[in-house]
Design a protein around this ligand. Sequence first.
Ligand code: NAP
Length: 415
Amino acid sequence: MTYQHIKMPESGTRISISNGKLVVPDQPILGFVEGDGIGPDITSASLRVWDAAVEKAYGGKRRVAWCELFMGEKAAGIYGGDYFPEETLAAIRDLKVAIKGPLTTPVGGGFRSLNVSLRQEMDLFACVRPVRYYQGVPSPLRRPEDVDVVIFRENTEDVYCGIEYESGSPENEKLARFLREEMGAEFFEGAALGIKPVSPFGSRRLVRKAIQYAVDHDRASVTLVHKGNIMKFTEGGFRNWGYELAKEEFRDQVVTEEELWEEHGGQAPEGKIVIKDRIADITFQLLQLRPAEFDVLATMNLNGDYLSDAVAAEVGGIGIAPGANISDEVAVFEATHGTAPKYANQNKVNPSSLMFSGVMMLEHIGWQEAADLINDAFVRVLAEKTVTYDFARLMDGAREVSTSGFADALIARME
Ligand code: NAP
């Protein structure tokens, strides 16, 4: 494939897939999108941290060949006003792994969020958000060290997928008439209407990813989160299809919570992952009161959106929480916060959300040693209370540094 504006580095090799597994060369080409607003600040700081960790871990044997891809405002400047160039999508499909900074959603004109467009165009059906505590991070919890979960949020279905009919529109009136006259539904006059599609296919592929992650990473449980007590066919369907999938495809590796009590006296047999389910509202409560009871969570789209921000807030907030959107072939890692335009080009904000998304990316390609170096350095730097403004305002005796200063501190403390 030839590209118009994207320059593939000649020194690197593309990642490929064989038998469903990534084949990662020693010099893989990885894509990065700088992002808008604070994007350039956090991206340049993070690139330095990732490169330093890889160099330190592998002494030059391995190296990332970075390839800049363009989306958002920078793309609009290069591609004549196109914020979402087709060749960027083609390059992400080609490279299989990329990381992106936050992107502005230009207001007006029916412009869809670039992030939502990216997920839909590439069918990145699972949003993965690991949330864990790092010693020294300011937290409102008494025992934040109990928080260590990975949330798998379904990305393509649910009320979130945008099938909505505005109050008073002809489409709304047509649908309302059908629902009232043909289906016997009752609701107030002029109600705006939204559709909540939830399919066996969409639910099963999400739950499959969550359970496979639990298997690969020796996790103890997978909790299916839902409001199936109220929305029996959509949210309840998600729960039921999740259990079905677990028993059909992972029978030897899992035990359901029901089986746990009926057949194993409440003790999970050695090496088995417990599959359980919890109602969404109680999950929010328990994740604050008894977070140690949760490990991997599989959620639908809207529940997962709320839940991942709420859990992230327990251990440092969105300035630090990492994330990825993945399909069976492609993974796009991303900062979970937005472009924070008021801080653009001030070299001020916390680069950790993007930086830890890069740690996830290193783990995804199997470069665990480099990922560990960054995690360990972060703990050391925090112990010295060297932090960016967002943490400094929550800590006594902190030494506030800039975005690049924080990257310098991390690199200096990689041991
Ligand atoms: P935001 O950019 O996430 O910023 C909200 C606040 O969060 C900031 O004012 C700041 O808080 C804090 N914050 C965000 N990133 C931080 C960081 N790296 N370090 C420290 N603090 C950080 O949300 P927004 O202002 O609602 O959205 C702005 C733009 O971003 C919009 O165009 C929106 O569409 C876009 N957006 C993009 C993504 C994405 O690309 N994934 C996600 C969300 C929003 P303080 O003011 O308290 O310091």
